[in-house]
Design a protein around this ligand. Structure first.
Ligand code: C2E
Ligand code: CA
Ligand code: CA
Ligand code: CA
Length: 274
């Protein structure tokens, strides 16, 4: 396969070359983004279906690039995973979330829990949680105020330390959400092995909930299964009251989406949530 590459064959279309070039430029700029304070954490409300209260918030990373404007996380997280910056960036997001939780903690009316997305790369490195737990303790923030969002792929990895870390987090009081549930894999045996607290129903099942009986069946099946396993469910990408009502009808506990609010800077969140 090596020979083929040297023979001058190009497997890339011009569009792909342009994309690769952009990635390279972004990779360079990302090295300075943290130091130059171009990264920002936005918060999106997660609402209790029953009472309508904002009970949690998801921390979502934003990059204000000086020339390109807002670069969405889908475009730079994978770069950070490739060049290893994900560890520093991930630690930074966590510390931001803890500082925010500390402020909100003092104000009983605000979201009680903040969830942080974790790349499998961070998780596989394995030692992140030691400094995280120390940081929580140092700041006097109860671990119960933090939720970690992971994806299915991680749980299919059969390294024993993954289960160990999730157990440690759980013992410390940090809850775990399984993000994008239902998208990647059909093997669900891992669900009984890992102490997970929430399943997040992926947006792809929520989008057509009102028109597609199949999506309704899938959403309902996920909720029923989750409950039988002792988990609660959070539906993401909820944009209409119709979707919300259908989710409520099948017993989904929490909803998150533009129906309530987009992810926003903390100051805006405060104005919104009060
Ligand atoms: P995710 O964890 O599945 O996050 C949900 C995404 O759906 C967010 O996109 C959010 O803005 C968007 N969303 C929420 N409600 C709605 C809705 O009603 N309609 C629509 N159309 N979209 C909605 P965002 O912020 O662009 O993030 C994209 C992905 O980037 C996230 O997907 C997550 O996988 C990743 N990401 C974001 N922040 C971090 C981070 O701090 N660390 C890591 N490792 N990944 C992150
Ligand atoms: Ca997430
Ligand atoms: Ca998600
Ligand atoms: Ca998703």
């Amino acid at each position: 396969a090596k020979e083929q590459g040297r023979n001058g064959f190009s497997f890339f279309t011009p569009a792909m070359q342009q994309q690769a070039h952009t990635r390279l430029l972004l990779a360079n700029d990302l090295r300075d983004a943290l130091a130059k304070e171009q990264l920002q954490v936005h918060y999106q409300p997660i609402v209790d279906v029953a009472g309508g209260a904002i009970v949690k918030a998801e921390a979502l990373l934003r990059w204000r690039h000086p020339r390109r404007g807002m670069v969405p996380p889908d475009q730079f997280i994978s770069i950070a995973e490739e060049n290893g910056l994900i560890h520093d960036i991930g630690d930074w997001v966590f510390r931001q979330a803890v500082q925010t939780a500390k402020r909100w903690n003092a104000d009983g009316r605000l979201a009680r829990q903040i969830s942080v997305n974790l790349s499998p790369r961070q998780f596989i490195k394995g030692d992140f949680y030691i400094s995280w737990l120390a940081y929580l303790e140092h700041n006097g923030v109860p671990p119960e105020h933090i939720v970690i969002e992971i994806t299915e792929g991680l749980l299919l990895d059969d390294r024993p330390d993954i289960l160990q870390i999730i157990n440690r987090l759980g013992d410390a009081g940090i809850q775990v959400s399984l993000d994008d549930f239902g998208t990647g894999y059909s093997a669900m045996a891992y669900l009984k092995k890992f102490p997970i607290d929430y399943l997040k129903i992926d947006r792809s099942f929520v989008r057509d909930l009102e028109s597609d009986p199949n999506d309704r069946a899938i959403a309902e099946a996920i909720v029923v299964m989750a409950h039988k396993l002792g988990l609660k469910t959070i539906a993401e990408g909820v944009e209409t009251e119709g979707q919300r009502d259908l989710l409520a009808a099948v017993g989904c506990e929490f909803v998150q989406g533009y129906l309530y609010a987009k992810p926003m800077p903390e100051a805006e969140f405060l104005a919104f949530a009060r």
